[in-house]
Design a protein around this ligand. Structure first.
Ligand SMILES: NC(=O)c1ccc[n+]([C@@H]2O[C@H](COP(=O)([O-])OP(=O)(O)OC[C@H]3O[C@@H](n4cnc5c(N)ncnc54)[C@H](O)[C@@H]3O)[C@@H](O)[C@H]2O)c1
Length: 438
């Protein structure tokens, strides 16, 4: 059993804390958001993440998981302190380290015995050194700083954390290495590796992983756009290339651009880190440009269909989250579509299984929300699909037809078979495939 503190209880911190409690450790989570901490103290989980609620409740009941707003109380007995704090883009695109360095400085003032401080946030190369320096300014005790980037995917966060493909630990401190190894042992029982490396390599590993994935999806989006021009079908091309093991089947699905709290900011931050070394990440610059353009490919198709005039048109939207199985709407492509549609004078009724409260908090009554996917269609002139939630994949097409004013679907996630849509008599516009006209 280890005594652990997790500072920051967002998507990463809460999953980290809960999963460490689930393996028998004593975990205290610290957050500055008083309302959030109050909720958690009352057993209410502040985010949606599949399966997290069961573990959250179980570990609170077993007194292995607790919450506080006080960093001092939170770290008193801890041997390991995880920093799962935000690293949002600063004005120039670089990662804003003020949350992390602020907490590090505070830790230096209040630590009274040896602690391992772990950077779990995604941070640029050299951050471990900065965190070390910020703590050392006031520290009266020995401590180690470790870089342990997190690779979990929102929507699969619990299973990714409990059974990671790999664990990356960057440290040059032997004592910290042993502590981290024994902490992670229960998570790699099936033989997945724990890679030990220096701090800088660990920090860059995370940026390289996210930038590679963003590049892969962006490459496929560009192929999809070309498919439309030449009359090829991106689904067939995707299958054709994906069975080559060097390419792989995953992350080849085209859409209306990547979003979320990680890819956009991490690609941008890596490019900025490059600039600081007079190094130009040419591929990543192109990835950012292509992705921005990709968000815009569906809107002109809608505009064309309505002969340039969306004023007063009623649009139903299925899916608001940046991807399925999360309530996270940060940089969600749906938000871009909503903005464009509202500017053009359309009226929107949306449905998302989990993300509606977050969008309502952001947009208030600028759009309406439906109680389920079918209600959103009532009297609408078209359906727009922005997120590939499982429940949208096999809908009742007859019901869709009877509820819509006109059988028109714009699909930003290629959920349906184009031949089937043609047979059913829909106008169906998707990404990288032939347009189906009625
Ligand atoms: N979300 C993901 O899928 C994911 C995956 C891997 C890595 N990451 C990285 O992990 C880090 C955290 O991401 P997230 O999505 O969990 O962020 P988040 O915004 O969901 O959560 C951050 C939490 O930190 C709290 N906080 C802010 N300042 C604080 C302070 N001074 N003291 C205590 N708490 C404070 C906030 O109130 C919030 O609850 C980022 O660096 C991110 O890039 C995220």
């Amino acid at each position: 059993m280890k005594k652990i503190t997790v500072v920051g209880t967002g998507y990463v911190g809460l999953v980290t804390g809960t999963c460490f409690a689930e393996t028998g450790n004593q975990v205290i989570c610290v957050d500055i958001d008083q309302k959030k901490v109050e909720k958690m103290k009352n057993g209410i989980i502040p985010i949606y993440e599949p399966d997290l609620d069961t573990l959250f409740e179980r570990n609170i009941k077993a007194n292995r998981l607790s919450f506080t707003t006080s960093l001092e109380d939170g770290i008193k007995d801890a041997e390991i302190i995880f920093l799962a704090l935000p690293t949002p883009p600063g004005e120039d695109g670089s990662a804003d380290l003020s949350y992390i360095l602020g907490v590090a400085e505070h830790l230096g003032k209040i630590m009274t015995d040896y602690k391992v401080i772990v950077d779990k946030s995604t941070v640029p190369v050299g951050t471990a050194e900065k965190v070390h320096a910020a703590i050392a300014e006031n520290a009266k005790t020995d401590f180690a700083v470790v870089s342990n980037p997190e690779f979990l995917r929102e929507g699969f966060a619990v299973s990714d954390f409990m059974k990671p493909d790999r664990v990356v630990i960057g440290t040059s401190d032997d004592r910290a290495k042993k502590i981290m190894e024994s902490l992670y042992r229960p998570f790699v029982r099936q033989g997945n590796p724990i890679y030990f490396m220096d701090e800088k390599s660990a920090e860059l590993t995370k940026y390289a992983a996210n930038s590679f994935l963003a590049t892969k999806i962006t490459f496929m989006n560009e192929i999809a756009n070309f498919c439309e021009l030449v009359g090829a079908d991106v689904d067939k091309v995707r299958i054709g290339i994906g069975s080559d093991a060097r390419i792989g089947k995953r992350f080849l699905f085209p859409g209306i651009g990547y979003g979320g709290s990680c890819f956009p900011k991490d690609v941008q931050a890596l490019v900025k880190s490059g600039k600081e070394q007079n190094f130009n990440f040419e591929i990543l610059n192109a990835v950012m440009t292509v992705n921005e353009n990709q968000k815009t490919v569906l809107f002109p198709k809608m505009k064309n269909f309505f002969r340039g005039n969306l004023q007063g048109k009623k649009i139903a939207i299925w899916g608001l989250a940046f991807k399925p199985d999360t309530d996270d709407i940060r940089e969600a492509p749906a938000l871009y579509m909503i903005e464009e549609l509202l500017k053009a004078g359309a009226e929107i009724t949306a449905f998302d299984p989990e993300a509606m409260p977050n969008v309502q908090a952001l947009l208030g009554d600028k759009i309406s929300f439906a109680k389920d996917e079918y209600q959103s269609l009532e009297g609408a002139d078209a359906l727009l699909i922005c997120t590939e939630w499982g429940i949208f994949r096999n809908p009742d097409f007859n019901r869709i037809k009877s509820l819509l004013n006109d059988a028109v679907i714009f699909d930003g996630r290629n959920l349906f078979d184009i031949e089937e849509m043609s047979e059913k008599g829909f106008f169906y516009a998707s990404i990288g495939r032939n347009l189906i006209e009625k």
